[in-house]
Design a protein. Structure first.
Length: 202
């Protein structure tokens, strides 16, 4: 009987904790395994993103910079915010996203590699845009995408509305190669779909 009571209390505690997450998103402890469990969460990211609504005329402040719908860059990377996330994803065909927090040590280690990736792609593949968004401050985006491990890296493909998780070594060389490969595969898939549609129309 005592075990049953303790089990019920534990479930109630978990439910209360989840309710708190829905009203105020706390900073979660980072264990450095950002990508290990991502595949399990991917369907929820997609569903939540479809319901994501942006607030209008919201300004965010980060590193002393104030910005709204116009994009601000830092080291060649667009600074994302709750107020511009939707417009960024609607404007660009391919967006490589770094979901980070200011308190995460792994995110700080990633920052220079991500900036180098942005510089390389700007020179060799400018159709791909890189953005980073601090989910320790922009809670609507965090809730919309369901991100709880940091850093989390995703490639957004606008044509197919896909979010592809990056799960490899977080170095500039590997990230650059992976993004180019995924873009090439996506374009090839889009071309095949387009040709298939043309055949049916004829």
């Amino acid at each position: 009987m005592q075990k049953i009571i303790l089990g019920v209390l534990a479930l109630l505690s978990i439910k209360m904790f989840l309710n708190l997450l829905s009203t105020k998103t706390p900073e979660l402890q980072n264990d450095g395994t950002a990508t290990n469990t991502f595949e399990e969460d991917k369907p929820n990211f997609r569903a939540n993103f479809e319901e994501f609504k942006q607030p209008e005329n919201v300004l965010a402040v980060e590193n002393g910079n104030q910005y709204s719908s116009k994009y601000t860059y830092e080291d060649g990377v667009i600074l994302g915010a709750d107020s511009n996330m939707q417009s960024i994803l609607a404007e660009f065909d391919f967006v490589f996203i770094d979901f980070y927090t200011h308190w995460c040590k792994y995110c700080k280690l990633l920052a220079p590699e991500f900036a180098q990736t942005a510089q390389t792609l700007a020179e060799t593949d400018p159709d791909v845009k890189l953005i980073k968004i601090n989910l320790g401050k922009h809670y609507m985006t965090r809730l919309a995408f369901g991100v709880h491990k940091f850093p989390t890296l995703l490639l957004w493909v606008r044509e197919t509305q896909e979010l592809l998780p990056f799960t490899y070594v977080r170095s500039a060389e590997v990230m650059t190669s992976w993004v180019k490969r995924k873009k090439k595969a996506a374009l090839k898939k889009q071309k095949a779909v387009g040709e298939g549609s043309s055949v049916k129309d004829n």
